[in-house]
Design a protein around this ligand. Sequence first.
Ligand code: AGP
Length: 612
Amino acid sequence: MCGIVGYIGSKEAYPILIKGLKRLEYRGYDSAGVAILNDSLNVYKKKGKVNDLIKSIGESNTQGKTGIGHTRWATHGIPDDNNAHPHMSGSERLVIIHNGIIENYSTIKIWLESQGHTFKSETDTEVLIHLIEEIQEEGGLLIEEAVRLALTKVVGAYAIAVIDRLDPNKIVAARKSSPLVVGIGEGEFFIASDATPIVEYTNQVVYLDDNEIAVVSIEEGLKVMNIKKEIQIPLIHEIDLKIEAIEKEGYDYFMHKEIYEQPTTIADCMRGRLNVQEGWVRLGGLSQYKNRISKANRIIIVACGTSWHSGLIAEYLIEDLARIPVEVEYASEFRYRNPIISENDVVIAISQSGETADTLAALELAKRMGALTFGICNVVGSSIARVTDAGSYIHAGPEIGVASTKAFTGQVTLLSLLALSLANEKGTISRSQYQEYITELGQIPAKVKAALSCNERVKEISTKIQNTTNALYLGRGYNFPVALEGALKLKEISYIHAEGYPAAEMKHGPIALIDENMPVFVIATNVSAHEKIVSNIQEVKARKGVVIAVVNEGDKILEKIADYIIEIPSTLEPFTPLLSVIPMQLLSYHIAVMRGCNVDQPRNLAKSVTVE
Ligand code: AGP
């Protein structure tokens, strides 16, 4: 996902832009660039990382108090210097940076070429800045008016920032389906894709809405209008993001830090929502709709990746405890398969970033079909959080590592609270069971902290597995989605092919894969089906598979059967994923480090996929 930063104020823009781009590196990118305005408009851009850009700029002129910067995750056009942003208009009067996709860019490009325009890159973004210039020159317009009119002709998603060399005291920004935040400082303004590049300068931000255009200038301050040129009154939010939350604080990688933050982030997710002494669960975002959700015909969960895995766990939790039918859908499939959705359905969207294009589109489809929509997000003010009828934040703090860890356990924690709240509302569990679950949930942060003590054991096992080319992850019941999550973690940061499977499903084909070269991770903390998971492990052992079993502390049976065991504290079955995922996260982290992979920014991946 591309990253956007902009600055206008009394300080030199260049260092602010570079620092901002580094804060956005976690989003994943393949090239970077800046444009800085002083007497001239200087554009520098380079394939590779921000450090490569800095090296290529060297001692060039970077003076100027107005500028924009961009990290590009390639959509149209290969990653190279030419396709990197910023892009200039034909006359080099205007410059633009863009996150999103202009779907009708080729039609526009053909028309522009008929008007004599020529292009240097293969990007849709360069077409947009040429269109803006064509409209501006045609009408002798102010840059903000030219941007507005150009955007009325555009189909697609965009977050853009534009500078006009001949109208130097302003930056124009606009958004549709790609997030854009304006930071309001003392006599200075910041523009960014999210709050992380802004938070060290100001906590006053405005989240632009779809089809809004912002103009920031020192003289006139912040002005916002919509695509119809109607003035909008911006809502200023005070964000409580602390700078420490986006620093590594002594860890080698953000992912490692975020794995160890989980006892705190799970406690933060439950704060004010769970009271063990008084025996209650209260989800503020749910209160207005609890009755409607508890009477829903069906709950449909739409999500992608790791968030889809937490959705699978929610299916077990909500059906098991609240007896409401649940369907879990890949958002990317759901949005196109002409699904049946009724007004008696509730659609829950789970998304750490709150910006995943497929999940957002699935949600908008559900809204159009009349379903009640509920969002579970981490990023405050994100698009999904703003589109849904109601929702709850997981309060995990910024998750910088591309591989999701604390957001996953935050999602599962919130979904556990949701299932308990609905079960209590419907009376599908007794008062004593309710209290038992509440008391155990209150123990989870401490138990996660205890589970983290398996780190050295996991590291030792990782040395034996690091060179494998394939791996299998098996689990039953609540641990089946954890097997999928463990496999995803391994493949996305260590590039080892891994598959997650229901343990009992092995004999229907995949067991043919088992031999002495196949490490098989079995999440075997189930109490209710312990003897079944034991026999699944024996089936693997009988075919010389190497079994690494995650077990409840003191499991003497599996200690004798598995090749390696990783012990974690036991808990009530519905909450076991919150503990059994910890060794899976640590395993993928250590193997990726041993293989010299870029743990926080794995190749080809973005932190949030805001394009289809
Ligand atoms: C998980 O480690 C990946 N980073 C990815 O699967 C991610 O969960 C997925 O892209 C969904 O992102 P979201 O939660 O921000 O919607």
